[in-house]
Write a protein that binds this ligand. Structure first.
Ligand code: ZN
Length: 419
């Protein structure tokens, strides 16, 4: 009986979610491309629309000190700790419409469904639209969730965007007080858990022919900057045996990284995404090359071993080729495991909706990476077409948006705080 009620109510949920995804996608810097950057006028307009939907869903809604959209649906009595749901409402440049908004809008629509049925739960539900996850404007990510987790670095207020505007100025223009970011921080006791629904942004669920997947962890990442120095020289006069070609050395390093990661132990992935060769002329042997390495896997200990192994291989190549090496870690974040007790409830909701329970790690970063500091975290992935994301072709089928909503609604209604 209960399944029937949830099922019939959610048939319209999927339609409502897709309509709202499209309405939110129309709020953009330009009409041809979807771009909605932190603390811009379109960012503010999107926040207002989200708060309107939250209020229609029976929530109280406000903007917090960093620009997060915060909605609250009281439980059986006012003031109870909350199950927090959410995702981000900023975008990359020329973005897709689903990355971020799907999780946020689905959460609002699920609360709206509870509200229409007059359903109150033994806990409050809060839906948070994080103001900045992508980090496009000020080159530091997770600003919204860090403010909520109380880990916002106030020195970031002085950072400038490309136009020279500081974050402090941008917050003021948006109507917020940069001296009170701390007010956005929540106490751990106010949150029972944080659950985020998000598009997968990869091709695994599509390959598995499944609409949803249960996330095991948000993979940690290590980024390195590598510089190889050899000797520039005339492409016609220096014999091959006497060359110290930095680009040929880099090529060997790149292939070695790929081969190492292709062993696919623990989902290890490695990418060289940027390379620059100097002096960069057709008839000059490259004397200096810089490139980046991005290494990810959901096991921190294995990632560290892999990075050490890759560095050792690069050192060997460089030595054999008589090059000079400068290699530095530029970024490192730890793996954020989804809490087993909470992940189990997500899996139970997936199974109860009749889907095969399939677990996968998240190779992409999410707000949960910051939220872990104040709450246990879990995530539900929804299949996206071709695994394409951060691109206008990003797409989720209506039926999959509906499947995600049904699972999330069931999770909410059956949610039990950690014993
Ligand atoms: Zn996202």
């Amino acid at each position: 009986m209960e399944a029937k009620v949830a099922g019939s109510a959610s048939m319209s949920l999927g339609d409502e979610i897709v309509r709202r995804i499209n309405a939110l996608a129309a709020i953009s810097e330009t009409s041809e491309h979807l771009t909605r950057i932190f603390l811009t006028p379109e960012h503010r307009a999107a926040a207002d629309l989200l708060m309107t939907w939250m209020r229609e869903a029976g929530m109280q809604a406000h903007l917090d000190a960093i620009g997060n959209v915060c909605g609250r649906y009281e439980g059986e009595r006012p003031g109870l700790p909350c199950l927090m749901l959410g995702s981000h409402y900023d975008t990359v440049r020329d973005a897709g419409r689903w990355d971020g908004p799907l999780g946020l809008i689905t959460a609002i629509s699920c609360v709206g469904d509870l509200n229409r049925r007059g359903r109150r739960l033994p806990f409050a539900i809060e839906v948070t639209g994080f103001a900045d996850e992508e980090g496009v404007r000020f080159a530091s990510t997770l600003l919204g969730s860090r403010a909520i987790a109380g880990t916002f670095d106030e020195s970031a207020l002085g950072s400038r965007d490309r136009a020279g505007t500081t974050m402090r100025q941008a917050l003021t223009l948006f109507g917020l007080d940069p001296d009170h970011i701390g007010a956005a921080a929540r106490a751990p006791g106010e949150l029972l858990a944080y659950v985020e629904l998000h598009i997968e942004q990869g091709p695994v669920l599509e390959a598995e022919k499944l609409p949803v997947g249960v996330v095991t962890a948000i993979s940690g990442a290590t980024r390195l900057a590598v510089e190889l120095r050899g000797m520039a020289g005339h492409a016609g006069t220096v014999p091959m045996a006497l060359r110290r070609d930095a680009l040929a050395g880099a090529a060997e390093c790149i292939v070695a990284i790929e081969e190492f990661c292709c062993t696919d132990r623990d989902g290890l992935v490695g990418t060289v995404g940027y390379i620059n060769a100097m002096p960069g002329a057709t008839n000059v042997i490259p004397g200096m090359v810089s490139f980046t390495i991005d290494i990810r896997t959901a096991k921190d200990s294995y990632r560290k071993l892999a990075v050490a192994d890759i560095v050792r291989q690069i050192e060997e190549i460089v030595k054999r080729r008589n090059l000079k090496l400068d290699i530095n870690v530029t970024h490192e974040n730890r793996t954020v495991p989804c809490a087993p007790w909470l992940k189990q409830q997500v899996a139970d909701a997936v199974a109860a909706e009749g889907f095969h329970v399939f677990e996968l790690p998240s190779g992409a970063g999410h707000d949960g990476m910051a939220m872990i500091d104040i709450a246990d975290v879990a995530m539900l992935f929804v299949r996206c077409r071709g695994g394409v994301s951060h691109h206008p072709d990003e797409h989720v089928e209506d039926a999959d948006a509906d499947a995600g909503a049904r699972v999330l609604l069931r999770l909410i209604e059956n949610f039990k705080p950690k014993a």
